[in-house]
Write a protein that binds this ligand. Structure first.
Ligand SMILES: [Zn+2]
Length: 506
């Protein structure tokens, strides 16, 4: 079956990888708006790496931006991978479980692996069905724990972006390890104290598309050209670094949580109580990102978030010395409406994006198409990073939500979307009311307010008091279309709460 599917996989012969100089945020926004395929998720220099298809060169030239061709033809790289996977692929089970990770696995294989782990080890592993994708595919996550109900939870998700296969493989591999190594001393105490939930393929429709049609597909499969799920979350939905052009790679969709896949993440995360941390796995760049992504200004809990990011970074680098640089998520330019900002801003969790291998400056061809030999080492890195983070956070409370609406206001006119209020602002269907404020539109979009960190019952009164003031758990299901009034109120709240919300990690 695998081979027959792959007969239809397209190799983009003639597509080039180009480095475009984008000295300003406005230049970067221009490149996104062209509908070119931007590979640089988090710019670390004044440039973007962009895939240019045949017929798109004139579009690029018209911008007047300088560029250089890094890889004239990406086709051979994709074709080599396709041929390899079309041949006999070993995905062994017992007694050598790592054989499964000897090469990349398609969606059916990954789902089967998740199901199998739960079936083999029902004492510690349970499948959670979080919903269905736009095209009706399953969205399973695996809960691994020996801890009592109500223990703090770490959510590890991957595959929001379809082509980032190494993230999907390594997250699946981490689920596998947590189950199989549950009795080993490095992980047993963690499993006794906390819960791990691994959601390996958030965007299954896109992932299947990347296997069968376009290896370099990024978004989900919403017609006409997909929605970038990682711009479809409500904290500053539609702000800078998210496009309202449906053909752009960072198109944010019609409204926050308009997509069933992001809504599934929301429903899952809100159900995990208390939610201690969210780790959203991507590639590539070798980075550990922490909030905010929507603004260059520091988050209220910047100290706690960055300290834990250092720990994560050290864990990721422990096995092979691979550098993973911890930086605020906005990098040089903001990216609004992402999962990381929502998990922190609305749910109050420690929240990270990991950009796995390779680094953004290695010689291509690499990028999204990594050799299969990298799967186990990247799994080692992700596993070590997750355990290091878990150990550090085990006895702490979530950092509490915070929001920096004022900061967002001051940057709201630069780059990104300037849409004018046609966006709907209803909570998506089936939403619970605990998602906090879901303001959108008007180009001054929502911040979010804080949700009580659900694990804070036993925490200091300082944090608890602060969070309960505006707890979104009160069932407000708040929506707002009045950006100005909303921001004014939010600003007052934030001003009053800013200081007590800073809490250092023990
Ligand atoms: Zn990504």
């Amino acid at each position: 079956m695998l081979a027959s599917l792959l007969l239809f996989a397209a190799a983009p012969h003639g597509d080039a990888l180009v480095r475009v100089q984008t000295p300003t945020a406005s230049d970067a926004a221009t490149v996104h708006e062209l509908g070119l395929d931007v590979w640089t998720e988090v710019p670390q220099g004044p440039w973007l790496d962009v895939r240019v298809k045949q017929g798109q060169w004139a579009q690029l030239d018209v911008t007047g931006l300088d560029y250089e061709v890094r890889v004239p033809d990406l086709g051979p790289q994709v074709e080599a991978e396709r041929l390899r996977l079309a041949g006999p692929v070993a995905h062994g089970g017992e007694p050598d479980p790592d054989a499964f990770f000897g090469d990349f696995a398609d969606l059916a294989q990954i789902h089967a692996r998740i199901d199998e782990l739960a079936a083999l080890h029902p004492d510690i592993a349970t499948v959670i069905e979080t919903g269905e994708s736009l095209e009706g595919r399953r969205l399973p996550a695996l809960r691994v724990t020996r801890a009592p109900e109500g223990s703090p939870t770490i959510l590890l998700d991957a595959g929001q972006h379809a082509r980032e296969w190494i993230g999907i493989s390594s997250a699946t591999c981490v689920a596998d390890r947590l189950v199989r190594r549950a009795d080993e001393p490095e992980v047993a105490p963690l499993l006794a104290a906390m819960q791990f939930v691994i959601f390996p393929v958030v965007n299954p429709d896109g992932y299947v598309h990347s296997w069968e049609v376009d290896r370099l597909w990024r978004k989900n499969r919403r017609p006409p050209d997909g929605v970038d799920l990682n711009r479809n979350f409500p904290v500053v939905f539609g702000g800078p670094g998210a496009s309202d052009n449906p053909m752009a790679g960072n198109y944010h969709g019609e409204a926050a949580f308009s997509e069933p896949e992001s809504a599934a993440v929301r429903d899952l995360a809100e159900d995990l109580d208390p939610l201690l941390a969210v780790v959203d796995v991507h590639s590539y760049g070798q980075l550990v990102l922490y909030p905010w992504g929507f603004t260059l200004d520091p988050a209220p809990a910047d100290d706690a978030l960055s300290t834990a990011a250092q720990t994560l970074s050290q864990g990721l680098g422990a096995a092979y010395g691979t550098p993973y640089e911890p930086i605020p998520g906005a990098g040089l330019y903001p990216a609004s409406g992402n999962l990381m900002d929502w998990a922190y801003g609305d749910l109050g969790a420690y929240s990270y994006v990991l950009e796995m291998r390779p680094a953004s400056d290695v010689e291509f061809p690499l990028g999204f198409v990594l050799p299969p030999e990298d799967i186990i080492p990247v799994c080692d890195e992700l596993y070590d990073g997750l355990l290091a983070l878990s150990e550090q956070l085990a006895d702490t409370d979530p950092p509490g939500a915070g929001d920096d609406g004022g900061a967002w206001e001051s940057t709201s006119s630069s780059g990104g979307s300037t849409e004018t209020g046609q966006t709907t602002i209803e909570p998506p269907q089936g939403t619970s009311s605990s998602g906090g404020i879901e303001g959108t539109g008007a180009g001054t979009t929502s911040g979010s307010t804080t949700a009580a960190p659900r694990g804070s019952e036993g925490s200091s009164t300082e944090a608890q008091g602060a969070d309960s003031e505006t707890s979104a758990d009160s069932g407000c299901g708040c929506t707002s279309s009045a950006g100005g009034t909303y921001w004014a109120l939010l600003g007052l709240l934030l001003f009053a709460r800013r200081t007590p919300r800073r809490r250092a990690v023990a």
